[in-house]
Design a protein around this ligand. Structure first.
Ligand code: RIB
Length: 302
């Protein structure tokens, strides 16, 4: 088994608008600036893993438009294996519209899946998914493709259930590490979003999931649950000057996958991932300034 990470998932073009508050239903909010950048939870996770020095393969689909070529080229420039990124004729590449309220560190994301919605089970039954030490998936591509990837994998399967939805049993049975945020955990447990670390721990214990669960808590870090021993560990985050939290959860997943692929224990991997995700919030965009392994190491030992 190699230390390779395979990411099965989405690629989007992100249009981001800075706002002083996120809109309520029916409200129009004037922004203070806009920019476009490359995103998609899957591609962000792949980029984060590559920035940390891992060998990474990305599996998914773009449209046969100019944006699709740009999305693939960006990953290629980051050293990611893009041989299993397919083009879907006549379909637009995925896109996202993002409002960022930097003062509160919050965002609101609308996604048009475009070609991401055309990923099939056959697309993901490929060698990198079979041979990776860790396969990472999210839910911006169809569930049959995610389930097929999990079944095809021989290594660890890490699922980021974002955006959250009910998970089929055969997928749940094959997931080793589930990585929701607090609102996704709430949706999976049909409970209100937990307000504290303690409430989060209670929901995690009640989920009845056979594998490990790592809940991202934003500025509060992460919560690690390992079923053996029923242990729950809170990993706090370092204090950083936050510019944009978009993609911080994706950076967390990519970093967690790299650390697990290197054989780290889950609690140590979560510490690394918390630091990486915190550092990723220093710049605008989902992956404009992803941390290197040296930067993570420096903060870990500070
Ligand atoms: O997690 C952030 C990402 O969610 C953005 O890059 C956007 O494309 C959506 O997929």
């Amino acid at each position: 088994m190699t230390r390779m990470v395979a990411v099965v998932g989405s690629l989007n073009l992100d249009l981001t608008i800075d706002v002083d508050h996120l809109p309520s239903p029916g409200e129009t909010v004037l922004g203070s600036g806009s920019r476009s950048g490359y995103g998609g939870k899957g591609a962000n996770q792949a980029a984060a893993a590559a920035a940390l020095g891992s060998q990474v393969a990305m599996v998914g689909r773009v449209g046969d438009d100019a944006v699709g070529e740009e999305l693939v080229a960006d990953l290629r420039h980051r050293g990611i294996d893009v041989a299993h990124l397919l083009r879907t004729p006549g379909v637009r590449s995925g896109s996202a519209t993002i409002a960022v309220d930097a003062t509160r560190g919050e965002n609101l994301i609308l996604v048009d899946p475009g070609a991401n919605g055309a990923v099939t089970a056959a697309d993901v039954r490929v060698q990198p998914v079979r041979e990776a030490a860790v396969v990472v998936a999210q839910l911006e591509i169809p569930l049959p493709a995610v389930t097929a990837a999990a079944a095809h994998a021989r290594g660890l399967v890490l699922l980021n259930p974002a955006p959250a939805r009910e998970l089929p049993r055969d997928l749940v049975a094959r997931v080793d590490v589930l990585v929701p945020n607090q609102s996704e955990l709430a949706l999976l447990t049909a409970a209100p979003t937990p307000a504290t670390v303690e409430e989060t721990a209670t929901l995690v214990r009640g989920l009845g999931f056979r594998g490990a669960i790592v809940v991202t808590l934003g500025a509060a870090g992460a919560l690690v649950y390992e079923p053996a021993g029923d242990a729950v560990l809170h990993v706090p985050a370092p204090t950083v000057r936050v510019v944009d939290t978009t993609g911080a959860g994706d950076c967390f997943c990519g970093a967690l996958a790299v650390a697990l692929a290197a054989g780290e224990r889950l609690s140590d991997a979560a510490r690394t991932a918390v630091i990486a995700a915190s550092l990723s919030t220093r710049a605008h965009g989902a992956r404009d300034r992803l941390p290197s392994a040296a930067e993570v190491q420096q903060l870990a030992t500070a």
